[in-house]
Design a protein around this ligand. Structure first.
Ligand code: ZN
Length: 280
């Protein structure tokens, strides 16, 4: 009888612990346009890996290391290859196959027409902001990448990556991230340890923060209500960096999460823990 009670208490404690442990995920191999190819790499000789001449991050789980290649959304299905450069300057090509993937169209109505057809003054601002965004996405820092990502906001997925978008019936660039809808003021957590490399108010993205996770792995958080961090801050995984808002070009409060890998925006779902519900 006593043993039974003890067993009962331990079971409750274990299930409590499991339900309160935040879920982390290691990136998954999904070689599609907008996806990731994980290519096993022997890192003993510290090789450098390139895709389309851009340096590629190397990540490791308990047993293996991989080059994590971001595949641009514009890539056609078929054969691609990475270049591996060894310390003796010899090079090796490693091939992988990109599988086809079709992305749906999405039609959105934006009340603030200037966010769809900016005026001359807006255009000047947008081009200045583009320089800052490009600088952030091209940043390369040499530290090891911790690749166990967590979901930044608890909420409903309101728009998935890659949708071919029409704003007020005008074609615009495809959706470059993952939207998670949540009430204004919901805390946003850093998906991994990182350093703040850019933060500010942008025309389309609203209040936005960029975190560098090392070797070109960069996450960005857009349409924030409040930003709690500043450029140069070192951030721990799970740390609150601000709150959900509806700043910039939006139809309601949500977090837009973007993830760059080798200067390429990829579908965040291949890096985050798997979501239970998914809607368009
Ligand atoms: Zn979005």
């Amino acid at each position: 009888m006593k043993d039974y009670k003890l067993f009962f208490i331990i079971t409750i404690l274990i299930s409590f612990f499991i339900s309160y442990t935040p879920a982390y995920a290691f990136p998954r191999h999904n070689p599609v346009p907008g996806g990731l190819a994980l290519i096993p790499i022997n890192t003993d000789l510290q090789p450098k890996v390139y895709f389309n001449k851009k340096p590629v991050a190397i990540i490791s789980d308990q047993s293996k290391s991989y080059a994590m290649v971001g595949i641009p959304l514009t890539t056609s299905a078929g054969k691609q290859s990475v270049q591996i450069k060894w310390p003796d300057n010899s090079t090796e090509n490693r091939e992988f196959i990109v599988q086809p993937k079709t992305y749906q169209a999405q039609y959105l109505t934006i009340k603030n027409k200037r966010k769809v057809n900016p005026n001359a003054q807006d255009m000047e601002r947008i081009s200045k902001e583009r320089v800052r965004k490009n600088k952030a996405k091209k940043l390369w820092s040499n530290q090891d990448v911790n690749a166990n990502f967590l979901t930044p906001v608890q909420g409903r997925v309101s728009s998935i990556f890659g949708l071919r978008r029409f704003f007020n019936e005008q074609p615009r660039r495809p959706h470059s991230g993952l939207d998670i809808a949540a009430p204004e003021g919901t805390p946003i957590m850093a998906i991994e340890n990182g350093r703040v490399i850019e933060a500010g108010d942008f025309f389309f993205s609203g209040n936005m923060v960029y975190l560098d996770h090392g070797q070109g792995v960069i996450s960005l958080y857009a349409h924030m209500h409040q930003i709690n961090v500043k450029v140069g801050d070192m951030i721990k995984k799970g740390q609150v960096i601000g709150t959900v808002g509806e700043t910039g070009r939006v139809t309601g409060p949500h977090l837009h999460l973007g993830i760059y890998v080798n200067q390429t925006l990829v579908d965040p779902v291949f890096l985050l823990p798997e979501q239970k519900k998914q809607t368009k």
